[in-house]
Design a protein around this ligand. Structure first.
Ligand code: AKB
Length: 342
């Protein structure tokens, strides 16, 4: 007998850590964690199985199908925006081909067990592309349908995968003689920059905020790669996990769209530095903008309109900026680095 499970790809990453912790407190699901690297020791007791491997490996995908009955997929594996600019074609393979393979796997699974597979996809504010900072200041909060002109390979990949998911859910094989209901129930969240107290991101362009905070907690100087006035939305990781799981649990009848913005707080880099200095007054933070990376940040919106998420599935962040720093980031990071001997 195959076991009913939830599959998480990219399980070792930042969202994966928080998500696995949350799901392990829910007794209705066993998690199979897939990642290129062996899963973090701290997470191992919380998952049913951990599988090191590549989402592009068809043999591995076949093994998953033969061993498990997959009812939900959180497809977190991706190459982030900065890394993707150095290897755009590899990014396309991982971010687009990898997602297509998983959507097809979901469809196939549904045919075996007869239930639609919920497919949760973290998209990103990188799908937006504002032409200049004047326009960015003028439009302030973007809606899902606005400014979908990404300037990064990662943003293009995420935007296309949103369309793929919508297509497989609503229009797959629309010309077939006999229409059968789709096996995929795709739902995506356009995440802002996420800040976790327990992991550091790699390869993103919103990384300046988490890097600044973690460097201060380690007592190391930090030169920020965007200017003090750069502004994009951010979110504390517990709210990221909350958004993903709220959307996963929402009844399908409530969803008026397949892709949702979620907002929490929208500071400038200078405002983040000020918060960091309140908590770590000796921190040495300077600004040394790296023009190409700063331009990417300038093309992302300063804030998002998340009215549909609030209306359809009750989205509301628990953490504004003050609370994120003083009740989550600072105490947790300080404890973590103290334990590491900093
Ligand atoms: C990145 O910087 O690439 C990501 C994102 C905003 O999606 N953190």
């Amino acid at each position: 007998m195959r076991k009913p499970v939830t599959l998480i790809t990219g399980a070792n990453g930042e969202i994966g850590h928080g998500l696995i912790e949350y799901l392990s407190t829910q007794d209705h699901t066993d998690v199979v964690a897939l990642d290129l690297k062996p899963i973090d020791e701290r997470l191992r007791p919380r998952v049913h199985a951990s599988i090191p491997g590549d989402i592009l490996d068809d043999f591995l995908m076949g093994r998953l199908v033969s061993e498990y009955e997959i009812h939900a997929i959180y497809h977190l594996a991706a190459l982030l925006s900065t890394r993707a600019e150095y290897t755009p074609e590899t990014a396309h393979n991982v971010n687009v081909e990898g997602t297509l393979k998983l959507i097809r796997l979901a469809n196939e699974q549904a045919r075996w067990h007869g239930h639609r597979v919920r497919f949760l996809f973290p998209s990103s504010i990188a799908v937006y592309g504002l032409p200049n900072v004047e326009t960015k200041a003028r439009v302030a909060r973007v809606r899902e349908t606005d400014w979908n002109f990404p300037t990064t390979m990662y943003g293009c990949n995420k935007l296309y995968c949103e369309h793929l998911g919508r297509y497989y859910t609503l229009h797959y094989r629309q010309l077939a003689a006999e229409l059968s209901p789709s096996g995929v129930d795709f739902r995506a969240i356009r995440f802002p920059g996420l800040i976790s107290a327990v992991t550091l991101p790699t390869g993103g362009t919103s990384d300046f905020a988490p890097e600044m905070i973690h460097a201060a907690a380690r007592g190391e100087p930090y030169a920020c790669f965007v200017g003090p006035e750069a502004r994009i939305p951010f979110m504390a990781m517990p709210d990221g996990v909350k958004a993903l799981t709220l959307l996963a649990e929402a009844p399908e009848s409530k969803l008026t769209q397949r892709v949702y913005n979620v907002g929490a707080f929208s500071p400038t880099a200078a405002e983040i530095r000020d918060q960091v200095l309140k908590a770590f007054p000796k921190a040495h933070i300077t600004f040394a903008p790296d023009r190409p990376r700063a331009r990417i940040v300038d093309s992302w919106p300063g804030d998002v309109d998340d009215t549909p998420a609030r209306r359809d599935w009750g989205w509301e962040p628990d953490f504004g900026m003050e609370r994120a720093f003083h009740e989550y980031l600072v105490p947790t990071i300080s404890r973590y680095y103290k334990e590491q001997g900093h």
